[in-house]
Design a protein around this ligand. Structure first.
Ligand SMILES: *Cc1c(COP(=O)(O)O)cnc(C)c1O
Length: 395
């Protein structure tokens, strides 16, 4: 048996995505820049894909640039706004402490280049407060970048309120919507979003493809120089099969979104209720304003890594911290950002359900997490100290 509960790390490619890709891996292999019919058919296909992708976020297709994924889109968005800012003498950027590393590491680099970065507090519930953003914006601010939904704890930001605020203050607003696109409704106009990053493998498309939405008011800088593909903003022969797979996956996810989300929220809440019964545990992030499939917990007195390995033995794929930080011993920057202390942050577990999850699977997860946590605590010196009163419980 395998229960895949790590959909925030990646998702299973849908049948529709695979079928949309196959012709472009087999017979329709033309280069979209070629003038003969085989090439022009590939060109038409990707322009159709651009329209489909744009429609889902209510965007103008001309504002969509295909990229190699979410990380590239984040880098390009931030670098573009920074460049525009630099030219106008504005070198202040506002973000949050719990962004994806594609955002945070780009900001670190810009700091070395002379930019000043303010990271907003996300508080214990994992949510930005619009009034704190308002207070942080100054005349030098050239960009606000706040993720739509967090990849570890799943909290959903008040994007429309943040976007409105940025529009009112005249500051470009970027959102890393990689965890949200295909899962939550997004309307770039109504939400006042100027730039948005998305990645296909988070909504049942292939890996290595994504897109950047950017309004004309933020001219894009090139991360890759070369040919004139993507209106000169992203050189390199287009990954036609991947783009086709992405568009098909997104179209399907968007069509099913409302029904899927409702069902997943019910299952997620069943999961949260079950896991909360484990003594000295705590849910990370707001219980309501979170992605439909996300449950993220800390369990006192255990190591997240051991928990993951034992759950894997029982057929459950889950994660601790983010895939990017696992392998290092540093606790997740996201959990530290919501105020979890190191010891507690180490014992974290992220479960992210897929659209096809069932009640039986959720009950199996709850039963097994409960058993494994109890087992690990049985020989944890940290737990022994807590139980004997030598150390104090935090949770
Ligand atoms: C997965 C993820 C990314 C990176 O996307 P890739 O396509 O894997 O580069 C960026 N931001 C968030 C929030 C993510 O979840």
């Amino acid at each position: 048996m395998r229960i895949y509960a790590d959909n925030a790390a990646t998702t299973k490619p849908s049948r529709a995505a695979i079928e949309a890709m196959l012709p472009y891996l087999e017979e329709e292999y033309g280069n979209p820049s070629s003038l003969y019919t085989l090439g022009q058919r590939a060109r038409e296909a990707i322009e159709q894909a651009r329209e489909e992708v744009a429609a889902v976020i209510h965007a103008d297709p001309r504002d969509i640039t295909f990229t190699s994924g979410g990380s590239e889109a984040d880098n390009q968005a931030i670098r573009s706004a920074a460049e525009k800012g630099r030219k106008a003498g504005k070198t202040h950027i506002i973000s949050t402490a719990f962004e994806h590393h594609a955002v945070l590491h780009t900001l670190n680099r810009l700091e070395k280049e002379g930019f000043r970065v303010t990271l907003l507090d996300v508080h214990e519930n994992g949510l930005v407060r619009p009034d704190e953003l308002d207070a942080a914006i100054c005349d030098e601010t050239c960009l606000v970048t706040v993720m739509t939904a967090n990849n570890e704890i799943g909290t959903i930001q008040p994007i429309r309120a943040l976007g409105e605020l940025c529009a009112r203050r005249g500051v470009p607003f970027h959102t890393d919507a990689v965890q949200a696109v295909g899962h939550l409704p997004i309307d770039v106009d109504a939400d006042h979003i100027d730039m948005l990053s998305a990645s296909a493998h988070k909504f049942h498309g292939p890996k290595g493809v994504g897109f950047l939405y950017a309004r004309k008011k933020v001219p894009l800088v090139n991360l890759i120089d070369g040919g004139a593909q993507e209106r000169g903003k992203r050189a390199g022969t287009e990954n036609v099969p991947a783009i086709m797979g992405m568009a098909a996956a997104l179209k399907e996810s968007a069509a099913r979104m409302d029904g899927d989300a409702e069902r997943m929220r019910t299952l997620r809440d069943r999961l949260i209720t079950g896991l909360r019964e484990i003594p000295h545990s705590a849910l990370n992030g707001d219980a309501v304003k979170r992605l439909p499939g996300n449950a993220n917990f800390c369990f006192e007195g255990i190591e997240g890594e051991s928990l993951l390995l034992l759950l894997d033995d029982r057929g459950i794929c889950a994660s601790s911290g983010s895939a990017c930080t696992s392998g290092s011993l540093d606790p997740s920057h996201v959990l530290l950002a919501i105020g979890r202390v190191h010891d507690v942050a180490h014992g974290s577990l992220r479960l992210t359900l897929g659209e096809d999850a069932t009640e039986e699977e959720v009950d199996y997860i709850v039963r097994n997490v409960r058993e494994v946590v109890e087992y690990l605590r049985g020989f944890s010196p940290v737990w022994r100290d807590l139980v004997s009163g030598k150390a104090n419980f935090i949770l």
